[in-house]
Ligand binder design. Structure first.
Ligand SMILES: [Cu+2]
Length: 497
């Protein structure tokens, strides 16, 4: 692990003089007094992944060391050349980061996608925490154009703990176009068809929840016996760091050591329950932002969300970290194992279906650095609607790109109430701002700072933020099939050209 390596001290002059050839050495200089100034290279590419014993062509984003994504040291700028070798145009969004809007990686007319073969440069001051990056072009995210973006804090560097990143994906051998055609039935074919809305409806009043429920279920949903929809797509596999449970990643740990587990849900249309099994976890951050510690071993993780968990390993054993798909028995995961500890084969399915991902954790979260108390200057109410048939999803009755921007002005305190009138949960993501969760179903809350919040069926969630980053910002559902069928709008400051 990086923190166990001997720091390499380099002066600014050395770094500048040595240029790109020094990048590898500089990358290990975690404790150096001067932040790195060299540019990092990030390559968007294609790769072959083995899934269920078969090869699959997918996209990838590899950093300077050839591994997925980028890890930055404390104080280091996000100074990156993004090289497009994907064979098609692309644009990469730095999910949850707060760059100037033209560096956000969204295909606005002012910031078009990067043509195949071209390079685009980025340079901004990142915020520390667990973030990720993904394509915002077409349906490339569905084909795994995603990677971790980890910005380490000074505390991370000095703490005596191992850092482990666990990134989740859903995977299908069908193309995103085929999956979407099945959902919208636009191809008229039955062969590439995901489950119908009726087949996959899960009656919440029928006691069909698994052992994981243990009081975590949203009471409103239980009480109403409402039918809700889960898992639009039937995936062929669920991946943890690109691997299934048939051949999971085994991360060797120190006996009795401490781990900071950085979990990222990079799936296109799947939500998970993180199950730490025998291990006790302490949640210390969500979506990169510190929260007051919450003890839990069972953590809901909506699409695009992250959660950081501190885990004290009890001894010399091997400890699986499972991620179980909501409404299903299917799961994926990794293993934390002391060196030499035998790792037994793990069943690909849990004993019972997991319940729907809910707000049970959200309710318990408190930001370490909440917004200053202040009444909102502007309130927007956004109705989330849609259905499985016809398959289309909207915000305030509008379908992207035919939308009316939500206008805000620099310096305002903004509140957005999201009211979900549909029977499906929507993980809602706002670009360019960290918001605080301030009410759940109208009940006030001094909740977490985040960039993505789940709005369960027939529920409302209110978030607030300070308008401090002028530009054009996407605001959308992070279920990729909801987004591409319309569930996206714009939050806009005046006088942006
Ligand atoms: Cu949605």
């Amino acid at each position: 692990m990086r923190e166990n390596e001997k720091p390499t001290l380099l002066t600014r002059r050395h770094i500048l003089a040595s240029g790109v050839a020094m990048t590898g050495m500089i990358a290990r200089a975690a404790a150096a007094p001067e932040p790195r100034t060299a540019k990092l290279r990030l390559t968007a590419d294609t790769r072959t992944l083995g899934v269920n014993g078969k090869p699959a062509q997918v996209f990838g984003l590899s950093g300077p060391n050839g591994k997925p994504g980028i890890t930055l040291s404390p104080g280091e700028r996000f100074h990156v050349d993004l090289v497009n070798r994907a064979g098609t145009s692309t644009i990469i969004h730095w999910h949850g980061q707060l760059p100037p809007w033209r560096q956000d990686g969204f295909p606005w007319p002012q910031t078009p996608p990067i043509p195949a073969g071209d390079t685009r440069s980025y340079d901004y001051a990142p915020i520390a925490g667990t973030y990720w990056m993904h394509s915002h072009q077409g349906m490339q995210e569905q084909r795994l154009m995603t990677a971790p973006l980890i910005v380490r804090s000074a505390e991370d560097v000095h703490a005596d703990r191992q850092e482990v990143v666990l990134m989740l994906h859903d995977f299908s051998f069908q193309t995103p176009d085929e999956l979407l055609a099945g959902l919208t039935k636009s191809n008229g074919s039955q062969s590439a068809m995901p489950k119908s809305g009726i087949d996959k409806a899960m009656n919440m009043g029928a006691g069909s929840v698994g052992a994981m429920n243990s009081g975590a279920m949203g009471a409103m949903n239980m009480a109403s016996g409402m039918t809700m929809d889960l898992n639009d797509v039937d995936y062929d596999a669920f991946l943890a760091n690109d691997r299934t449970l048939a051949d999971p990643e085994v991360i060797r740990t120190e006996p009795g050591g401490r781990v900071r587990l950085r979990l990222i849900n990079g799936a296109s249309a799947t939500q998970f329950w993180i199950d730490l099994g025998a291990l006790a976890g302490t949640v210390v951050a969500v979506d990169g932002h510190p929260v007051r510690p919450v003890r839990s071993s069972l953590l809901p993780l909506a699409m695009a969300q992250r959660v950081d968990v501190l885990i004290d390993l009890p001894g010399n054993g091997a400890y699986p970290i499972f991620a179980q798909v909501e409404g299903k028995r299917a799961r994926t995961g990794i293993v934390l194992a002391a060196s030499g500890a035998p790792v037994s084969r793990l069943a690909a399915e849990a004993g019972e279906n997991a319940p729907p991902v809910d707000l049970s954790l959200e309710r318990r979260l408190e930001a370490v650095a909440p917004l200053a108390p202040r009444a909102p200057d502007v309130k927007h109410r956004v109705i989330l609607a849609g259905a499985m048939a016809p398959y289309a999803w909207s915000m305030n009755g509008e379908y992207w790109p035919n939308v009316t921007p939500l206008m805000i002005a620099h310096g305002q305190r903004v509140a957005i109430e999201m009211v979900n009138q549909s029977t499906m949960a929507h993980p809602m993501h706002l670009h360019g701002h960290a918001f605080q969760v301030v009410a759940l179903n109208g009940a006030p809350l001094g909740g977490a700072l985040r960039d993505t919040v789940l709005v369960p069926p027939k529920s409302s969630v209110t978030v607030a933020f300070d308008a401090d980053n002028p530009g054009r910002w996407a605001f959308h559902c992070h279920n990729m099939y909801h987004q591409v069928t319309g569930m996206m709008t714009e939050v806009r400051y005046p006088a942006i050209i």
